[in-house]
Design a protein around this ligand. Structure first.
Ligand code: ACO
Length: 426
């Protein structure tokens, strides 16, 4: 007999089934709790709430394990390309050589954007943050490409996913170029996905060669960011998608959620914090103490995670990759030494040890991006570029499963019923 949970309330007993996932996750299914008892569950920040069953990504926060469709990210980051991982997330299996070949060809064929999109980018002030442009263009993309709006059939999904994935590098690079008052570069359909993105960013104005080390580092970073189960932005994409909003509008909502400094915006905040520490000269312990001080809003950016309470496996790979990339490119960045020193001080501090606070994916990624010539305002955009296939895979799963509209309940604690008082009597 399968396990169940019994709840006693007002002298009655109610039984709820325990659901078990393929990797041993356990949950109690309380979907009939309210109709049985009148009770709802209260779980602010969804710290203990499973919003869905999913077969895209598995993570075990205690073991520091992260799997995309069953494959460990260590193996994928080491051996796969980003487009291979896109296919895996979207379709559930690693592509065969010919499937990958046609997928890559289709990405290349669809990589350009039309003049309307370019005009829209050029209408932004050059002071705009690139994330605001990427969010706005994602939101309006269905006006230029109606295929990425309404999606009903699997064929329509394939087309919509392809257009979004193929054009996203151009959207990201255009945002960068606009903020730097640079003319937009044309997409090059002869190049692979990552190389095309890099030339869209820098062609004609920086003497950066697209070397194999750059392509390999970018592939790795994008793979490591590609999905992370029900995180803040993926959950947002799913909730928006559950109202049957179109694909690109749902993705735009994900971009908005990602921008916050407690989520994807942390990578920019980490570099800014490290630069402040370097400039300030008060020493690492001062900053660690400041992060512990509850009277102060400051937190050690790039530290801590809702789910990982041992280590973030992505941070481990990125830390190692940082050393390799900087060595390959012959770059010495003293911010890397500062980051390593800060990690060491924090990891020995009882406050961080007791709360299981470790460096997360964002702690070292910015240092690699800097080495690749990508400025800090673009770090969260890089995260979005990596996370796009994950958002799309989560959206697809939701729409195929035809899940109910996402609509949480609440416990109301406001004013009790009262009568309107006219203006002259207040
Ligand atoms: N610096 C100092 N203290 C911290 C930090 C930090 N970076 N992170 C958590 N804490 C403390 C909290 O103050 C709290 O202390 P308390 O128990 O004394 O009240 C305790 O650790 C638990 O923290 P919560 O905020 O309750 O944990 P939660 O799971 O809600 O938050 C989060 C996780 C948002 C990532 C948090 O650790 C944080 O703000 N980190 C810094 C921002 C960051 O790096 N975000 C990127 C996350 S990874 C990603 O989204 C891609």
């Amino acid at each position: 007999m399968s396990d169940s949970v019994k709840i006693s309330y007002k002298e009655k007993e109610f039984t709820y089934p325990v659901i078990e996932g393929t990797m041993g996750d356990i949950a109690v299914d309380i979907s009939t709790l309210r109709s049985d008892t009148g009770l709802i569950t209260l779980d602010e920040g969804f710290k203990n709430t499973g919003s869905t069953e999913s077969s895209v990504t598995f993570l075990d926060g205690d073991k520091g394990q992260l799997l995309y469709r069953g494959y460990s990210i260590d193996e994928l980051a080491e051996n796969a390309t980003f487009t291979e991982v896109m296919y895996l997330l979207l379709y559930g299996e690693l592509p065969t050589a010919s499937q990958l070949d046609s997928f890559n060809k289709e990405l290349q064929e669809n990589c350009t954007v039309n003049q309307g999109v370019k005009d829209m980018v050029n209408a932004f002030p050059t002071t705009a943050h690139p994330m605001s442009m990427v969010g706005a263009i994602s939101f309006t993309l269905s006006s230029f490409y109606p295929e990425v709006g309404e999606v009903k059939t699997p064929e329509e999904f394939d087309k919509a996913a392809m257009i979004l994935l193929a054009k996203f590098p151009a959207l990201c690079a255009m945002a960068y170029r606009r903020t730097n008052s640079l003319p937009i570069n044309l997409a090059d359909p002869s190049l692979d996905y990552v190389s095309n993105f890099y030339q869209l960013m820098f062609k004609n104005d920086q003497n950066i060669e697209i070397s194999p080390s750059i392509v390999s580092a970018l592939n790795k970073l994008l793979i490591l960011h590609a999905d992370h189960e029900q995180n803040c932005s993926a959950a947002t994409v799913r909730v928006v998608g559950s109202s049957q909003a179109g694909l690109s509008a749902s993705i735009a909502a994900g971009v908005a959620a990602l921008w916050g400094p407690l989520h994807g915006g942390a990578n920019q905040a980490v570099i800014e914090m490290l630069e402040d520490i370097k400039k300030d000269g008060s020493g690492l312990q001062f900053w660690v103490d400041k992060a512990k001080d509850k009277t102060h809003a400051f937190r050690l950016m790039g530290f801590g995670h809702r789910v990982y309470k041992n280590f973030d496996p992505r941070a481990k790979i990125i830390k190692q990759a940082t050393d390799e990339v900087l060595a390959q490119l012959g770059i010495k960045d003293d911010v890397l030494d500062l980051a390593k020193g800060l990690e060491e001080v924090a990891l020995q501090d009882e406050y961080f040890v007791k709360r299981n606070l470790y460096p997360n994916v964002d702690f070292y990624s910015g240092i690699i991006y800097r080495a690749l010539g990508i400025p800090k305002e673009m770090f969260t955009v890089m995260f979005a570029l990596g996370r796009l296939p994950g958002w799309i895979a989560q959206w697809k799963e939701l729409r195929i499963d035809k899940q109910a509209i996402g609509r949480p309940r609440q416990v109301y604690i406001g004013a009790k019923t009262r009568s309107y008082v006219s203006l002259d009597k207040r």
